[in-house]
Design a protein around this ligand. Sequence first.
Ligand code: SF4
Ligand code: SF4
Length: 336
Amino acid sequence: MSSILPIIDAGLPTGIVEPFASRVAREITTISRNNLTTLQINLGKLCNQTCTHCHVEAGPTKTAENMTEETANRICDLADQCDSIRSIDLTGGAPELNPNFRKLVQHFREKSLNVIDRCNLTILSEAGQEDLAEFLASHQVEVVASLPCYLEDNVDTQRGSGVFERSISGLKKLNDLGYGKNNGELRLNLVFNPTGPALPPNQQTLEKDYKRELKKRYGIEFNRLYAITNIPIKRYATYLKKRGKLTDYLKMLEAAFNPLAAGEVMCREMLSISWEGHVFDCDFNQMLGMPATGKQPPTVWNIKSFTDFLNQRIAVADHCYGCTAGAGSSCGGAVT
Ligand code: SF4
Ligand code: SF4
């Protein structure tokens, strides 16, 4: 395997930072997939919210960009043949709005895999989803939910007016069903991402603050807090650019490059599948249209097995500085 990584254009301004690929080649040689434990399935761009930081550019009008049953079935077949996969991470948009969501949950829970629902919380009170929380609990689905602050104004600024109140109501509903308790049977993890162009604070300290404040103010409990960095792509990159902050943000991420975090990035153990069935190294690369190495572009239809992607080099570009800055960042929070 070559130690020189290709330099890929992720649509960010060039010449601002050292290309991520050459920084990695200089500091840790290469990033490749040494295991495949997690399959992240993006069911589409349909969402009931339109958050400012959304890297998926999801929203209520994206009805056509939704995974078909045929694609969902093919993913199940391929995943069933791959013994190393332990966790299925369902994301979107609001993944629950896809008609195949519950079928996928049932399929993978019957195989005793851990199933994660990346839930925006307000979906729990959408018309037609009144039984969603009970469904998740009865299948012991792990819920990972965004709550960028325990203060109403900050959440509503980032995620839309009224989102905080509905999120709190969603969390209470989940708590009432047994989510977020210490017995660990129904896991409820929250996601923090900064509202401004800064790195997240220390994850453990922030988790303590969240636990204290959410309990005191609303009686809410949860298991873990994941502090994640906003990746400068799509809607968030546009948001920064409009405010003249994109260049500074990129420089800040580069200055905080952490080789230890680069050694633990999530793409080393996961694959991400788009609603159309294309295969990517992660959800961010998916949104940029940067396919995983292999047949170009690899899809669930032209590959024989997910294990084809083991020991393969990851397609990286400058947005990857978001995963390697400070304590590092992944869909499961800090990596170091
Ligand atoms: S960040 Fe999540 S909840 Fe917000 S618009 Fe994007 S997919 Fe929907
Ligand atoms: S954005 Fe992060 S997870 Fe995706 S390829 Fe880059 S380093 Fe890996």
